[in-house]
Design a protein around this ligand. Structure first.
Ligand code: DX5
Ligand code: ZN
Length: 217
């Protein structure tokens, strides 16, 4: 069964506490928080004060996906705000190894994120360092986009490397995930699924969280 990380990008920002606590009650495993700076991606969203405000209202693992240029400027602040897991794009910094070291030194779990157009080779040197690898299954920036089917082969290739080398990082997928697309991702080796619009765009978000679990059971 896959672990589910609802993305609050599609939640009601005026009722964030309600939407987060609903996800926790419904059996979510992590809470996915999309941080955007209007430069790395053409959209704006949350900052570390949102993470700090959410920390006391949930015991879910706070999974912070940083879509910002030079994330080395902010990873310590996110760890301090209460992020449990911090994801940084390999495309967003000249010093991915260093940023991942900074995240671990700050006491958080480290994740490397890879865009659809970036080859897997770009992250091979940091795989021994990370707790999670996030394979983007849409171009980052917005919720509600269509799943990019060719990414299934990328998940498989990463899972093969993971097995061959004996790594035990989680493989997370993000973008266009629903009860259909999650099956191919899970079969390919994904262990965590982010879902934004599928969960929060529904009249029954709790049922959608369960649907993702049932689909991979
Ligand atoms: C996109 C974000 C996603 C987004 C996914 O840049 O990284 O986490 O919330 O939304 P859905 O699940 O609607 O594709
Ligand atoms: Zn995300």
């Amino acid at each position: 069964m896959i672990k589910v990380a609802p993305s609050i990008l599609s939640a009601d920002f005026a009722n964030l506490q309600r939407d987060v606590q609903m996800a926790e009650k419904a059996g979510a495993d992590l809470l996915h928080i999309d941080v955007m700076d209007g430069q790395f991606v053409p959209n704006l969203s949350f900052g570390m004060s949102t993470v700090a405000d959410l920390r006391p209202v949930t015991s879910l693992t706070l999974d912070c996906h940083l879509m910002i240029v030079e994330p080395e400027r902010f990873v310590e602040a996110f760890a301090k705000a209460g992020a449990d897991l911090i994801g940084v794009h390999v495309e967003s910094t000249k010093h991915i190894y260093h940023v991942l070291q900074l995240i671990k030194a700050a006491g958080a779990k480290a994740e490397v994120v890879i865009n659809p157009g970036t080859p897997l080779d770009m992250v091979s040197e940091v795989l021994p360092l990370v707790d999670q690898v996030l394979i983007m299954t849409v171009n980052p920036g917005f919720g509600g986009q269509h799943f990019l089917e060719p990414m299934v082969a990328k998940i498989k290739a990463l899972d093969a490397i993971k097995r061959e080398k004996g790594y035990n990082f989680d493989i997370e997928v993000d973008g266009g995930i629903n009860a259909d697309t999650v099956k191919a991702c899970y079969a390919a080796g994904a262990t965590v699924a982010v879902a934004g619009s599928y969960v929060y765009g529904s009249a029954d978000p709790a049922a959608r969280i369960q649907d993702l679990k049932v689909a991979t059971n």
